[in-house]
Design a protein. Sequence first.
Length: 499
Amino acid sequence: MKDRQSPGDTLPEEFRKQLHQLADWIADFRENISNLRVAPNDKPGAIREKMPAQPPEEGEAFEKILGDVDRLIVPGMVHWSHPMFLGYFGWTTTAPGILGEIVTAPLSVNAMTWRTSPAATELETLVIDWVRQWIGLPEEFGGVVYDTASVGIMHALAVAREEAAPSTRKLGLSARNLPRFRIYTSDQAHSSVEKAAIALGLGEENVQRVPSDTEFRMDVAAFRAMIERDLSEKFRPLATVATVGTTSTASVDPVPEIAKICREHKMWLHIDAAYGGGFAILPEYKWITKGWSDADSIVINPHKTLFVPLDFSILYVRDLDRLRRVFTLVPEYLRGDTIEAEKNYMDYGIQLGRRFRALKAWVIWRSLGRRGMADRLQDQMRLTNLFVDWIKADNRFELAAPVVMPVVCFQFVGVENNSASSTASPARTDKVNSQIVERINASGRAYLTQTKLRGRTVMRIGLGNVLTAEQHLRNVWELIQKTAEEVGTIDLNRPRAVR
């Protein structure tokens, strides 16, 4: 029989041609992104209806595939990189970030052990330590890269659970006469706390939401009272999650006071600095790191504020071996690829296969440097303060929360006129604010989000996109003003709130 020739891969000359096509496509997309709709306004299923229901039997040309990306995918996306996208936390896609992703793909590394890729392991250790130095964490904190902060907090609380109930790793929680453990976090904290409690068998109901104060920070007195109540009812305080940069308002919990209470009750202190942590590279934001040295674990998402593309989240743990002791497990089929003297990142979490995430971070941080990132973060705050000034100058709007980082929560409250007026109901005000956001997003011209603060609906913008310039922000503000007028004026006979 003749040897059958392997189908192999795309021929090198054809692959080179495709790469050039893709490079031009990426550059054109970035250059012209502001001309696109920020978000589609299609009904669910509309994109899928345009595609063949049956999978392809034969391969198709790259030109046709790339053409369908333009025709089907790009119009069906919410463009988080668009300069008029101001929802959630502004995205941080940069040219160096795209280059870092491109370099990572062909290397196709599985960074599970040192031996499977020494460069991936050692580079991960390096960039984790760069961030540690930038934000001023003590050297006793070691880190590991996960995809998101939600995964990071689950791992951190798993260590807290093991230390509070030794041998849970081996025996589990059931039939051991253990107390019910409690986890505390503010009513402004992320829902990942409950998800971690569900995954770890601690129970969603055992996450206690502590009321927040007038600045949307955890109320320390209420926190202390909640612990005392739980102790009297035979619950066991396990951990507290303090937030530095809450999802709705970017508020910062009083970490030093929380840390003191955690020490008194021998509780694990986790700091969710997924959003806010990156701002610690700025001298003017060093205040947010007070109390961090007392934490047991801290999570920071460079894909939110340190310009790394999704996904890249670092969990820091005081004495990283605490994490390893919970998760290390070496089956026989991996024993030949492990070296005890070296760090094997598979030992620091549930994941075995691991992407080479550190490479893109390394490319970006070398390209921008701390100064380049700081300049961009400071410009985000400049634009934020400008937007705040516009709100204060228009008596139809008012701030709904203090502005700490590039997140602004505000509300349309109406306009004074010469006609007889009556106070608009809260329900009517809430409905109008929700409609403003929905109408703007449906227009495709910009993208905002809405949230609830003290039960009231408010509009919210988050700055962070490197492509967003002052003119883009001005265009968004004018669109908000115009849409508010179209949705309907609310007449109020009350003074503006002062915050």
